[in-house]
Ligand binder design. Structure first.
Ligand code: ADP
Ligand code: MG
Length: 693
């Protein structure tokens, strides 16, 4: 193979010694090829002279004109002002540092060409410290023929220097030493220009280019590079997934009698969607390789039952199942449900949360380690080193968005210690927008429960200012008097957990004063688990009519008779969180209502969020909007640094490419397998790390 530019050290270039190489290394520029992919962040147009009359503040422009005068101004800072004029207007050059010779040189009547950023000065247009040259009337020096690239810099590296280096790198660039890994077939199918052309162009766009298009990243040359980069990411995820699938896991041959028995105990039958997803899970479990499946289903779609059916099949095959929830309240609820479902079948359910101490903890640990426990429900305490499973074969992770990828992986390792790779079933109510599904989650197979159990009524959402708080309180009162139950959720997102609990306590007191005849409960994060559990149980049993809570009830809480929810300060919460909260109502037969009680006045973002909530209950639409408002990093709940560090691409901006990128990646993977590794090392030099996340 030819010596590629990726093997040529930057020190081979003129003007790069060890010291410069070190500076370049700070920008991850180690090879000549790295320089080629070090693209300008923007461009200056020095190809044409702009008439002063056409300037706009903030432009960077070349101007030519005659000097009408130069003088020293005292003001706050001494400065040299030089006024120039063309046939359309006048402009002022301002120098804070200048020499006597300089002032002398800027003589009235002389002609000047200058370049700089147009600012708003006391006298109209000004340029501070322009680059300038005196020119003659008859013979003007040549202007730039191409746009001037502006590169990202680091300390000790100037634009001039990096330009020279990129220039040298471009001189070396040929299709032989920077190989085109995208086959012609793919390039034609997706209208992608040759790689070398795109790189040449982006370092030196021709002057007729549409600058606006270039700025927004929509130019075909940028598209070409983003496409290849996204493809590389996609290929690495495909690789990761295939690798995970080669591992050996427990084979669960069929659904088994236990899951049938479980179903026959229920007062309802599973929806079509639940059955379909259970079928998809069974297929995975039957392969003998680890399942990595994400189940998405809107709040209330019945994910727990699907997990329970999968768990029953695994237990039937003789193995243990762990069910992990992100909060104690939810873990508690799952524990309750699973015991109700499984104990009649003669199975044991163990329990593990951080706060469990002493003898009780030891008993649970012993049951888990000996295999007496068939199922274990808990929080992330399940990851602790002291928890030893006997024969874990399935980990169910509920509401994945609350767990980091690392926690997910830690659980996988727990099973690995015993030589079995556990199956993983990840359940989320926060729909994963396509952008993320095809990137961060592309290593998972995905099932969707796209149907709610029958008889649900959509939640009617109203947005009310806290100036009408009293009306809202009255409404809670009359709903509860009619036998309904209600939530009152207190949120204080920026402040500490302690403050949030305090706010809930205060609110509970105030409401109790005003609603003396209602029985009101309070739950928040600082209560002991037993206290929380008791209150939730009372609310579920209908002994409490109103539950004042912090966002601890956000996830998974299921009390079908609760049909009214008031959320305070909803404008401070993210959309996904609001959707989760609202999902606590609308679970029974009664028409449900959600009151978003905001603090006036509302900011723009707040307005947009609340009206989205009022207009739709479609989790997917809400998630897309959330992504738009917040960006992918935050939505993932974990800073997956690395995954989002693209050289050229931008997931949000380039999301329309993703479908094609995925198709192209699959084609390349299937038909040109030799090209995968070079593409990965071009774009993801550390991609081995990705494989081991
Ligand atoms: P989520 O998907 O939000 O986790 P859950 O699993 O908590 O939803 O289910 C919500 C409620 O719907 C629970 O009370 C559950 O018992 C009930 N449920 C689940 N599946 C069905 C079904 N097929 N028919 C009727 N009710 C169901
Ligand atoms: Mg749930």
């Amino acid at each position: 193979m030819i010596d590629g530019l990726d093997t040529q050290d930057v020190r081979e270039l003129k003007g790069v010694g060890n010291a410069m190489a070190e500076k370049l290394a700070r920008l991850h520029l180690n090879t000549v090829q790295d320089l080629l992919f070090h693209l300008p962040i923007r461009y200056q147009d020095r190809t044409r002279v702009v008439p002063i009359g056409q300037l706009r503040f903030g432009d960077e422009a070349v101007i030519e004109g005659h000097i009408t005068g130069a003088e020293i101004k005292m003001g706050k800072r001494r400065s040299l002002l030089c006024r120039i004029k063309d046939h359309t207007g006048t402009l002022c050059l301002r120098f804070f540092h200048f020499s006597a010779a300089q002032k002398k040189q800027l003589e009235a009547g002389k002609r000047l060409r200058c370049f700089g950023e147009i600012r708003r000065g006391s006298s109209g247009f000004e340029i501070y410290h322009p680059e300038y040259q005196l020119i003659s009337e008859e013979e003007t020096p040549p202007k730039a023929t191409q746009l001037t690239p502006i590169y990202p810099l680091t300390e000790g590296l100037t634009q001039t220097k990096i330009r020279q280096l990129c220039e040298q790198a471009l001189e070396r660039l040929t299709p032989y030493n920077l190989q085109e890994w995208l086959p012609d077939e793919l390039r034609h199918a997706f209208s992608l220009s040759p790689l070398c052309d795109a790189i040449q162009f982006l370092h030196h766009p021709t002057k007729d280019v549409n600058l606006e298009q270039l700025r927004s990243g929509a130019h075909p040359a940028q598209y070409r590079l983003s496409f290849e980069e996204l493809m590389a990411h996609q290929l690495s995820l495909i690789g990761k997934r295939l690798k995970a699938k080669q591992d050996v896991s427990v084979r669960v041959p069929n659904a088994g009698a236990l899951s049938q028995q479980l179903l026959s105990q229920l007062p309802f039958s599973p929806t079509q969607a639940q059955q379909r997803v259970f079928g998809e899970i069974l297929q995975d479990l039957g392969t003998g390789h680890p399942m990595l499946r994400l189940v998405q289903g809107d709040v209330g779609s019945g994910k727990t039952l699907v997990a329970a059916l999968a768990a029953a099949s695994v237990v039937q095959a003789g193995y243990q199942v762990a069910i992990m929830a992100p909060t104690e309240i939810l873990a508690e609820q799952h524990y309750h449900n699973f015991r109700q479902w499984f104990e009649p079948l003669g199975l044991n359910v163990a329990w593990m949360i951080g706060k469990l101490k002493g003898k009780a903890r030891e008993k649970e640990l012993a049951d888990i380690a000996s295999g007496v426990a068939h199922l274990v429900v808990g929080t992330h305490a399940l990851f602790q080193d002291t928890v030893e499973f006997d024969r874990l074969a399935l980990a169910v992770i509920d509401e994945q968005h609350r767990f980091g990828v690392h926690q997910r992986m830690a659980l996988r390792e727990k099973g690995m210690k015993h030589g079995i790779q556990p199956h993983q079933l990840i359940m989320t109510a926060t729909p994963i927008p396509r952008t993320l599904a095809m990137s961060a989650y592309a290593d998972l197979d995905c099932s969707i429960i796209d149907e709610l159990p029958p008889g649900r009524t959509p939640v009617n959402t109203v947005v009310v200012s806290d100036q009408r708080r009293q009306e809202v309180i009255d409404r809670v009162k009359s709903a509860c008097e009619e036998g309904k139950q209600a939530y009152w959720v207190c949120t204080l997102i920026e402040e500490s957990e302690a403050l949030q609990c305090q706010a809930a306590e205060d609110t509970a007191l105030l409401l109790q004063e005003q609603l003396g005849n209602l029985s009101i409960g309070l739950v928040h994060g600082r209560l002991k688990s037993q206290e929380k559990a008791d209150i939730m149980a009372k609310f579920k049993a209908g002994d409490l009519q109103l539950l004042v809570a912090t966002t601890v009830i956000e996830v998974g809480v299921d009390v079908p008779n609760a049909s009214l929810m008031v959320i305070e300060n909803p404008e401070r919460l993210g959309l996904a969180q609001l959707h989760q909260l609202r999902g606590r109502v609308g679970r029974g037969q009664a028409a449900s209502h959600c009151v978003l009680l905001y603090k006036a006045p509302l900011g723009q973002q707040g307005k947009e969020r609340l009206s989205t909530m009022r207009e739709t209950s479609d989790g997917f639409k809400i998630a897309e909007k959330d992504l738009e408002l917040r960006g992918p990093g935050e939505l993932l709940g974990t800073r997956q640094t690395g995954l989002w560090e693209f050289k050229v691409a931008d997931l949000q901006r380039d999301k329309n490419l993703l479908d094609d990128v995925q198709k192209a990646a699959i084609q390349l993977h299937n038909h040109y397998p030799d090209r995968v590794a070079p593409l990965l090392s071009r774009w993801l030099p550390n991609h081995d790390q990705y494989l081991n996340v």
